[in-house]
Design a protein around this ligand. Structure first.
Ligand code: S3P
Length: 165
């Protein structure tokens, strides 16, 4: 079976949607951030702090290649920072971009302190979001707008898309 990769900015719901989709359709699910934290036995924030973002990006590249046992994969928001990740995902499955507006993300992550790249001033967060939108679109086989939709609706859209390819 082709894997289903979920990509999108922090707070776009990749983990929630991926988990629901996998439960509904009896598929195996993994979240790359969680996988990295378990593999390296440390928190993502700590990797950024102690080893830097580049090290974390290297871990992501390797992890993505390692996930042979999983059907649904929720990726970290920065998976599009390395072009080689597109090659890995294209080879193994379909890439679905969950597009969420900045306004919605900002309201969801208002009190979040765990994400190093969200722990920043508004201008920087907005600039990161704007820079990444074309990258997500370039990686994606399919885009789903998530604003004002329920988890169930988004899951259904993914099912419909994956049935059609
Ligand atoms: C990151 C997103 C995070 C996590 C790390 C870096 C990013 O994952 O991988 O903090 O660069 O956007 P989520 O998208 O699951 O928050």
């Amino acid at each position: 079976m082709k894997k289903i990769y979920l990509i999108g900015f922090m707070g776009s719901g990749k983990s929630t949607i991926g988990s629901e989709l996998s439960k509904k359709d009896s598929l195996t699910f993994v979240d790359t951030d969680q996988f990295i934290e378990e593999k390296y036995k440390t928190r993502i924030a700590r990797i950024f702090e102690e080893d830097g973002e580049e090290t974390f990006r290297n871990y992501e590249v390797e992890t993505l290649k390692d996930l042979i046992d999983f059907d649904v994969i929720a990726t970290g928001g920065g998976i599009i920072e390395r072009k080689e990740n597109k090659v890995t995902m294209e080879k193994n499955g379909v890439i679905i971009y969950l597009h969420t507006s900045f306004k919605e993300i900002d309201s969801r992550l208002k009190n979040d302190v765990d994400r190093p790249l969200w722990n920043n001033d508004m201008d920087n967060k907005m600039a990161l979001y704007k820079r990444r939108i074309p990258l997500y679109k370039d990686f994606a086989d399919h885009v789903i707008q998530t604003d004002d939709k329920t988890v169930e609706e988004i899951v259904r859209e993914i099912e419909e898309y994956t049935k059609s390819v």
